[in-house]
Design a protein around this ligand. Structure first.
Ligand SMILES: Cc1cc2nc3c(=O)[nH]c(=O)nc-3n(C[C@H](O)[C@H](O)[C@H](O)COP(=O)(O)OP(=O)(O)OC[C@H]3O[C@@H](n4cnc5c(N)ncnc54)[C@H](O)[C@@H]3O)c2cc1C
Length: 478
């Protein structure tokens, strides 16, 4: 694949677009972010990271930047708190960290990596050619790229222009969430749950108040205004408490939709552009960041001519089922959180079940992202799962992944395995092999770890199947 003016154009500089730009840059492929907003909107939206998201950041050596800015906590709820402190990971917790701060830290990292960002530029459409994509901007300019990735959120222009279906379920509820000033703070610190839904006000920083309130009109789709917020507050509380000067206002619904295809030729979708669902359960940002980590190294290989374009099909094959499951679980959570007596009874019953070890581990493994399993065929339980961050003496496994390149980790006889395509590391590890949810598994003699940290091949002492795995993931045999 020959590169155009830019190797990859990424539309949208949210969490997904930024993570993808970092992944491509680390893999040696130039990425340009084109972002509609002139300046970043300080919307908090997501309030935290799941364990696997912290791990993928650890894989690049930047996890600590985020952890030190947030508060490690048990953040999983279904519908009761799911404690993962007994999970075998260096990060047996989530991280309370507002999305605005998360994005700030990502932006600083991108600046260090030298990623160019074109701000204040909305993309309006594109035309695909055999060897690239022409990308059109609202100001009349256009640019040429080898590939285009729509990370432009739930109302994705790229998805619509590509004609990719976004089917699923319409909203049954809608809420406005905002940070603003109020003249009357008498209700700050209260939370109500009744037939008007959940509506609450709590203190935020700089004298702002965080507000969540039901929006009666399910048909509205554009950005919410201060007038919308006032109307919703009057409907819930009977007054708008003199709300003014919002820092940001956002809308969330329980609509659940997923793109039918994550790829159309050289145009790909990731993050909210590919899947939307209720924020309940705290999955959206995390799924998007992990989409980016799955896609980045594959797209980089294809752009550099090291792998055929068909490698990109594995992005849809692996990530579409993950988001489909997220949609299913968040829809279940929405149903459980309804305020009527029957839903409450069901919520309590599921809550009791979640006190048992097996259901808790199964659900927490999925929601934390620690038990994501890509279907790479039959074999050792590690195949297709995330590689644990084992201690290898002077370094850990994730230290070996900092440069976003694959590793053939040989834990058997030194020099036993050969590969001219990926770096081989001989190491020793005598400890247990424990996977989240599954528990202890047989120790392998070697593993081929992809740049996204998933295991592509497991060796039991010989090299059976290694050549095939190397050519599947890292190009045709030399
Ligand atoms: C109230 C609320 C609470 C949430 N809580 C959580 C949570 O606790 N945990 C969690 O994981 N997730 C949560 N989410 C979801 C999370 O915010 C999103 O999943 C996440 O922001 C998706 O990231 P993204 O980069 O894919 O898309 P976005 O963050 O939507 O970013 C898209 C970017 O593309 C830009 N853009 C759009 N169109 C164009 C265009 N035509 N040209 C150029 N640029 C364009 C936008 O300006 C934006 O910067 C919550 C969401 C809401 C609304």
């Amino acid at each position: 694949m020959g590169a155009g003016e830019h190797a990859v154009a990424i539309v949208g500089g949210g969490p997904t677009g930024m993570m993808l730009a970092a992944e491509l840059t680390l893999a040696g492929v130039g990425a340009l972010i084109v972002e509609r907003d002139e300046v970043p909107v300080p919307a908090v939206r997501s309030r935290g990271l799941q364990s696997r998201t912290i791990e993928v950041l650890d894989q690049r050596g930047v996890g600590e930047r985020f952890v030190s800015a947030g508060m490690p906590a048990q953040v999983l709820h279904f519908p009761t708190t799911l404690d993962i402190s007994d999970f075998p990971t260096r990060r047996p917790y989530g991280l309370a960290l507002g999305q605005n701060r998360f994005e700030e830290i990502l932006r600083d990292w991108l600046a260090e990596l030298g990623v160019p960002v074109l701000r204040g530029c909305a993309v309006t459409g594109f035309t695909q050619h055999d060897d690239g994509v022409d990308v059109f901007l609202a100001d009349g300019r256009s640019l040429r790229a080898g590939a285009l990735v729509g990370c432009d959120g739930g109302r994705s222009t790229i998805r619509k222009a590509a004609g990719i279906a976004f089917s699923g379920w319409d909203p049954s509820m809608s809420s406005l969430v905002a940070e603003a000033h109020v003249r009357d703070a008498s209700e700050v610190g209260t939370i109500h749950r009744d037939e008007k839904g959940t509506y609450a006000m709590g203190p935020a920083d700089d004298g702002h108040v965080g507000i969540v309130v039901r929006d009666e009109d399910l048909t509205r789709d554009g950005d919410p205004s201060l007038a919308d917020l006032r109307a919703a507050m009057i409907s819930a509380w009977g007054t708008d408490f003199g709300v003014h000067d919002p820092r940001w206002i956002s809308r969330f619904t329980d609509a659940a939709r997923q793109a039918a295809s994550y790829r159309d030729g050289r145009v790909l979708l990731a993050g909210d552009a590919a899947h939307v669902h209720t924020p309940m359960g705290g999955q959206g940002l995390n799924t998007g960041v992990q989409d980016a980590v799955n896609l980045g190294w594959k797209l980089a290989r294809v752009m550099k001519g090291g792998s055929p374009e068909s490698l990109l099909d594995s992005y849809h094959a692996e990530r579409h089922p993950v988001a489909a499951q997220v949609l299913q679980k968040t829809m279940a959570l929405t149903a459980l959180m309804r305020g009527d007596a029957r839903s409450e009874a069901l919520r309590d019953t599921i809550g009791e079940l979640m006190l048992l070890d097996a259901p808790r581990k199964m659900m927490a493994g999925m929601l934390s992202g620690l038990d994501i399993h890509y279907d790479l065929g039959e074999g050792h339980p590690l195949l297709g799962r995330r590689m644990p961050d084992l201690d290898l003496g002077s370094r850990t496994v994730y230290d070996l992944l900092h440069d976003a390149r694959p590793v053939l980790l040989n834990l058997g006889e030194p020099g036993a395995l050969q590969s001219d395509r990926v770096r081989r590391v001989d190491a020793t590890y005598d400890g247990p092999w424990e996977l989240p949810v599954l528990g202890e598994v047989a120790a392998p003699a070697a593993v081929l770890v992809r740049p996204d940290g998933h295991v592509a091949w497991v060796g039991d002492g010989g090299d059976d199947g290694l050549a095939d795995a190397l050519s599947t993931w890292f190009g045709p045999a030399a």
